[in-house]
Design a protein around this ligand. Structure first.
Ligand code: F6R
Ligand code: MG
Ligand code: MG
Length: 363
């Protein structure tokens, strides 16, 4: 069995919240190289999306392994020292705990992990987002695994034809439910359509029960009780054979759908699919970005990455994202550009409401 663990955190931005600094990424590589030499990791690749560092790791210890999580935590705390020395912006921002306590979950960093029997050929895509929230993968996962207009294989490929099982988490109540497509898609969409509360954690092939996809569902604001930056989630998707083809997996992102995030994590904006070279949000700290790195896993080794959105066939999506972004920007502080009030509870909104409390008069 091979485990792929993608663990990510924003530990400091260069400049502001726009990008990751090469010295921090170099520290990440050094740390993971040591872990590989020590035998903890089979292989690794360190990457980034905006101001978040993504540790892409393979090993044989299963998901939620304390040693792997501790090493990732130590990599982020060590990287924070580099960020502090360079006075990068928001050094250590996502590290919400003082000391490691057995599992990185609930400590700030996001994690997307899956364990599986490596197939004769094992293509996977690692998605890395910036300036958006956990839940951003709800619509694309639905499209990849339940929408025949996206994934032709659901109609014409035997191994996909029986559908997929979605494990959906209620991030506020800390409970989960599994629903099957296509039979239960209408029930499922009641929840998936509200990604700020319900997020798809895992997807499985309904015939074989094999894991197909995983996303990080950690919500920083729920952990911290206040706004400390957006979650900037990660996802891993297995492709081909019993799963959607690579081209079906990345097809949903040709539509720059609107997500939560962008400036101060408090706005709606289009999710722009970009190549790594463009993964540094600038305008109004955005718009939100997504990078897709493709790997072939060979005996646990990460053969790649291929920068999947570095493709002119995504140019129109990027152009459309800019148009949607401009349209939304013109709403300024008004909804629906700004998030609805309930979603602003982790910002200055409660303080303002409290300050003005006595000034409201009955009408
Ligand atoms: C969004 C984000 C940025 C910051 C903004 C203000 O996820 O990281 O838009 O929220 O730049 O940052 P602070 O509050 O650190 O000055
Ligand atoms: Mg940041
Ligand atoms: Mg970020």
């Amino acid at each position: 069995m091979v485990t792929i663990s993608v663990i990510k955190a924003d530990i400091g931005g260069w400049v502001g919240h726009s990008a990751s600094h090469p010295e921090v990424l170099a520290f990440g590589k050094e740390s993971l190289e040591k872990a590989k030499q020590s035998g903890l990791l089979t292989d690794y690749h360190v990457s980034y999306s905006g101001d978040d560092m993504f540790l892409i790791m393979t090993h044989d210890r299963g998901t939620e392994n304390a040693d792997v999580h501790k090493m990732a935590w130590d990599t982020f705390t060590g990287g924070t020292e580099v960020a502090k020395r360079l006075k990068l912006y928001g050094a250590g921002q996502d590290l919400l705990a003082d000391a490691f306590s057995g599992n990185i979950r609930g400590m700030g960093p996001g994690a997307a992990e899956m364990e599986f029997e490596e197939r004769p050929s094992e293509p996977v895509i690692v998605f890395m987002a910036d300036k958006t929230s956990a839940g951003a993968f709800n619509m694309p996962f639905y499209k990849m695994f339940a929408d025949p207009f996206t994934t032709a294989g659901l109609v014409i490929a035997e191994p996909l034809h029986n559908g997929f099982v979605f494990e959906i988490h209620d991030v506020k109540e800390h409970k989960k439910i599994t629903l099957k497509s296509p039979e239960e898609i209408y029930d499922m969409l009641v929840f998936l359509g509200s990604p700020q509360r319900y997020t798809v954690k895992h997807v499985f092939n309904a015939n074989t029960n094999e894991i197909a996809a995983v996303s990080s569902t950690e919500k920083l604001s729920l952990i911290a009780g206040r706004y400390v930056g957006k979650d900037d989630p990660a996802a891993v998707v297995r492709c081909q054979g019993n799963f959607p083809a690579v081209g079906e997996v990345i097809e949903p992102f040709a539509f720059p759908f609107v997500v939560e995030g962008w400036m101060r994590g408090s706005h709606h904006g289009p999710l722009m699919p970009v190549a790594l070279k463009d993964a540094h949000p600038a305008r109004f700290d955005g718009p939100p970005r997504l990078v897709a790195l493709g790997f072939q896993i060979a005996n646990g080794m990460l053969v790649g990455p291929r920068d999947m959105f570095d493709d002119p066939s995504y140019d129109d999506a990027r152009k459309q994202a800019n148009q949607i972004g401009e349209y939304l920007r013109r709403h300024g502080p008004f909804e629906p550009h700004r998030l609805p009030l309930e979603e602003m509870e982790y910002t200055t909104m409660p303080t303002v409401a409290k300050k003005l409390d006595g000034r409201w008069e009955a009408v």
